[in-house]
Design a protein around this ligand. Structure first.
Ligand SMILES: [Zn+2]
Ligand SMILES: [Zn+2]
Length: 368
């Protein structure tokens, strides 16, 4: 969780901490008059600001997350290490969170030695309520719900004898998403008719919602992801068929752009070894898996390693053409309010229609 999260990232009244894995001595918090220590950790998704403390080898507690988040975490590599691996200077991948899962060793005589083996990540499927014991006299039921944010990102609904708490993590509340929540049987039962004042024993109460308000508190309007992707690809379609595009995105969460490019141009997208290994192992998005390729020559759309682009989109210095003469257009995410973005779209469309060379396209950013 970003710094300054209320309750030190606990979700009172439960001794559960979300997206904060810093030193256990700081993971105590006093509520209901008692000092609590975290009995269970939850991880909403794998963006770096939600992984604080998790790379410490000393961390040794159970973490609940989605299956895809587990795969992404165990495959996580930092750029400097990826570069060495790709340059074949390092034969082994250095995986940042490998200490969270240590396989038992198979000995020469065929026996298995479990000393030091462990698997701290408890992956759970969405919409399957699962019981977790917190301590001798306390257990909770946790249900994971999609957060519409990036691969593997979930919200947590925690229910127990002390009440019900929803922790959203980062989420993208678009109109369709809000509508789907209204129909989600795990959330639906907490939605009351605002006109009815009588309280009954039938409907349960959601006692607290932990909501990331980063975008909510901005005073500018943000377009839905799908609109940003469609607008971008409609500009890309104005270029000649020989133009190559470099999608300059490096965090998880821009996958809708790849999908829209694949749909619009009936093509795959070249991704680097690292992205390919992560996407190929997440089970929640078969469409994404079907549109990525490691074959750099098979497509003019690239989302390969940004500082080590493949030769199909590699240019010298600030040039906009490859040494073989292909025009390379960059797609860069940029923060803009909706009015600036719409003006930008109109102006760029006009320039392209007049045949002007535009070397950079701006993507209305949304993935943070
Ligand atoms: Zn995030
Ligand atoms: Zn490439």
């Amino acid at each position: 969780m970003p710094q300054g999260t209320p309750y030190h990232a606990f979700i009172p009244p439960y001794p559960i901490r979300v997206d904060d894995f810093t030193d256990p001595s700081s993971s105590t918090y006093t509520f209901s008059g008692r000092q609590k220590t975290a009995s269970l950790y939850l991880l909403t998704h794998t963006h770096t600001d939600h992984l604080m403390g998790l790379s410490a080898r000393s961390f040794g507690q159970t973490i609940v997350c989605s299956h895809d988040a587990k795969e992404m975490l165990l495959r996580h590599e930092v750029y400097a290490e990826r570069a060495l691996r790709d340059a074949e200077l390092r034969a082994e991948n250095v995986r940042t969170f490998a200490h969270l899962k240590v396989e038992p060793q198979r000995m020469e005589d065929g026996s298995v030695d479990y000393t030091g083996s462990r698997d701290l990540l408890r992956p759970t499927y969405t919409h399957i309520p699962t019981k977790f014991v917190l301590n001798d006299d306390e257990e909770v039921t946790i249900t994971l719900l999609d957060a519409n944010h990036c691969p593997g990102a979930v919200m947590f609904l925690v229910e127990g004898s002390k009440g019900s708490v929803l922790h959203t993590g980062d989420l993208r509340v678009e109109p369709w998403f809000l509508e789907s929540l209204k129909h989600n049987p795990f959330i639906q039962r907490y939605i009351r008719d605002s006109r009815s004042s009588s309280s009954t024993n039938v409907l349960p109460t959601l006692d607290a919602i932990h909501l990331d308000t980063a975008c909510l508190l901005n005073d500018y309007e943000v377009p839905p992801k799908a609109d940003a992707a469609v607008a971008l690809t409609s500009l890309m379609a104005l270029y000649p068929q020989s133009t190559r595009f470099f999608l300059n995105v490096w965090t998880w969460g821009y996958e809708d752009i790849y999908k829209e490019v694949a749909r619009k141009f009936d093509t795959k997208i070249h991704v680097d070894r690292y992205k390919h290994s992560v996407y190929a192992h997440i089970s929640g998005d078969p469409f994404l898996q079907s549109i990525i390729t490691k074959d750099e020559s098979s497509t003019r759309f690239h989302a390969c390693e940004r500082f080590e682009r493949c030769e199909h989109v590699r240019v010298n210095g600030r040039e906009s053409h490859t040494p073989s003469g292909h025009h390379v257009v960059y797609v860069n995410p940029v923060n803009m309010d909706i009015q600036t973005w719409q003006r930008y779209l109109e102006e760029t469309r006009e320039q392209l229609q007049k045949g002007k060379e535009v070397n950079v396209l701006k993507l209305k950013d949304y993935a943070a």
